[in-house]
Design a protein around this ligand. Structure first.
Ligand SMILES: C[S@@+](CC[C@H](N)C(=O)[O-])C[C@H]1O[C@@H](n2cnc3c(N)ncnc32)[C@H](O)[C@@H]1O
Length: 226
């Protein structure tokens, strides 16, 4: 798996021998101990479209509604939603990311905070995941789909892309950077990628496709249920 960028990590403060809380700062921002994980709002003006505190509140609401026993976060990044699902919602939680850096950091946090039985991290992408015999009650796909379309996996086929996700879980919550989003546009321009295309494909594959407002106007959520 070729990784197209370095991991977006600003700092990880462990606090030495006596450090009970690790402070993780980067694309995701949070503090974690052996018994809790708490989101931190954007500490800088970087990444205004991805505030961990705001998205965590949305995430908690979806988890309360769905109450999954098994949960996977695809594009798990620094692992926040996996840790949150295990601590706050009692789910068996798995993180999947194609970046070995993110997976290794997440596994280090598992070791440091003794989370072995609750949280698992897999170094994989979607095409590899499809050959693994794993299936989840609920999956989140936050801000990744525009990368899979014509960048990190080059699907260039929305039906096939969404079908590969649908093969892996009963319910899937997508956060979709649209063609009007700055990054959505940057990574998909001139490919035909559009929010309308996502909805059209999702409606063919899932029995329920519901729109929810997102963190920004151009990053809505879609909850898709088979
Ligand atoms: C924009 S970040 C979003 C991170 C996280 N999902 C969130 O919203 O907080 C995209 C993430 O997806 C991962 N990623 C990109 N392409 C991937 C692929 N083909 N398979 C798995 N992970 C991928 C990146 O390494 C990164 O962690």
């Amino acid at each position: 798996m070729d990784v197209l960028e370095l991991a977006d990590i600003d700092s990880i403060q462990f606090g030495g021998h006596d450090g009970l809380v690790t402070e993780v700062r980067g694309y995701q921002n949070y503090n974690i101990s052996n018994s809790w994980v708490d989101p931190v709002g954007n500490p800088t003006k970087k990444r205004p479209w991805a505030d961990t505190q705001i998205k965590s509140n949305d995430f908690d609401r979806f988890m309360e509604k769905i109450q999954p026993d098994t949960y996977a976060d695809f594009g798990s990044n620094l692992g926040y939603y996996v840790f949150r699902a295990a601590f706050e919602h009692g789910a068996h939680a798995t993180g999947i990311d194609y970046s070995a850096e993110y997976i290794n950091v997440s596994n280090l946090l598992v070791a440091r905070h003794r989370l072995r039985s609750d949280c698992t991290f897999m170094h994989s992408n979607l095409q590899q995941l499809n050959s693994v015999d794993k299936y989840y009650d609920f999956m989140t796909v936050f801000n990744v789909i525009h990368h899979l379309y014509n960048r990190t996996e080059k699907y260039m086929d929305m039906d096939r892309l969404l079908q590969d996700f649908a093969n892996k879980a009963d319910s899937i919550l997508f956060e979709v950077p649209t063609e009007k989003d700055q990054k959505g546009h940057k990574w998909t321009m001139d490919t035909g990628y559009k929010e309308a295309l996502f909805v059209e494909s999702a409606q063919k594959i899932f029995s329920s496709v519901k729109h929810y407002p997102g963190q920004t106007e151009h990053r809505p959520y879609y909850l898709c249920i088979k």
